[in-house]
Design a protein around this ligand. Structure first.
Ligand SMILES: Cc1cc2nc3c(=O)[nH]c(=O)nc-3n(C[C@H](O)[C@H](O)[C@H](O)COP(=O)(O)O)c2cc1C
Length: 207
């Protein structure tokens, strides 16, 4: 089984990477493969709301950036961790654009466990964490939690390595993700599948 981690930081081996790698340690110890997919270092276009993705077999109409490459990798992923630095108390701009298009164009990841991880110097972790979790909870992804909200604190990787509690939170997250993946796998072997959904009701507020 494999976890695809997305790093939405403009610093490929910065604080977010350090946090994701710590979660990766306990995933590996638990026998789960993982990979960090870097998106934040290149420009990511925002969603144009063109709707073309509905005819593109789970791909975005913009082929030139990381979104479609990540969607291809997502096809073989059993779980996901979405990591971002905190920029003005939100996920980074490029990560927000990435997430909008990854989830809007993608196939839907219902039943696949997901988690968000954020890194900040001082404040805004909770709101950025909430923002990223919204992408998971709109689409039926079981949200993997830890022993605290999934954030680390630091402006450099060395500072993050001093955040002993934050690193422990990441290790617990990796273990919990591995546990849930194994539970879901065991359930499938005994015939327990993700529930079938009803025919979708779609109203614009009340109409
Ligand atoms: C544009 C920008 C905005 C930022 N906004 C915040 C913020 O709101 N709160 C905070 O604590 N740190 C903020 N920071 C600092 C980063 O969140 C922090 O250094 C983070 O750990 C960097 O992670 P990275 O190395 O993975 O990019 C900001 C940094 C940048 C570049």
């Amino acid at each position: 089984m494999k976890v695809l981690m997305i790093n939405g930081s403009p610093r490929a081996e910065g604080c977010t990477f350090t946090a994701l790698s710590e979660a990766g340690k306990t995933l590996s110890e638990s026998g789960i493969d993982w990979e960090i997919f870097q998106t934040g270092t290149e420009p990511i276009r925002g969603c144009m709301a063109c709707g073309a993705c509905s005819n593109l077999n789970d791909r975005c109409v913009f082929n030139g950036d990381a979104v479609n490459r990540a969607l291809e990798k997502a096809e073989t992923a059993d779980g996901f961790i979405f990591g971002s630095p905190v920029h003005y108390a939100s996920a980074s701009g490029s990560m927000t654009s990435f997430m909008d298009r990854f989830f809007y164009a993608g196939p839907g990841f219902a039943g696949k466990p997901g988690a968000a991880v954020v890194s900040c110097r001082r404040g805004g972790a909770a709101s950025a964490f909430d923002q990223l979790n919204k992408y998971l909870t709109i689409g039926g992804m079981p949200v993997v939690s830890s022993q605290y909200w999934n954030s680390v604190h630091g402006n450099t990787p060395d500072e993050v390595r001093e955040d002993l509690e934050g690193l422990q939170v990441m290790r617990a997250l990796g273990r919990n993700m591995a546990w849930l993946l194994k539970c879901i796998d065991a359930g499938k072997k005994t015939g327990i599948e993700y529930p079938r959904s009803e025919k979708r009701v779609w109203t614009n507020f009340i109409r």
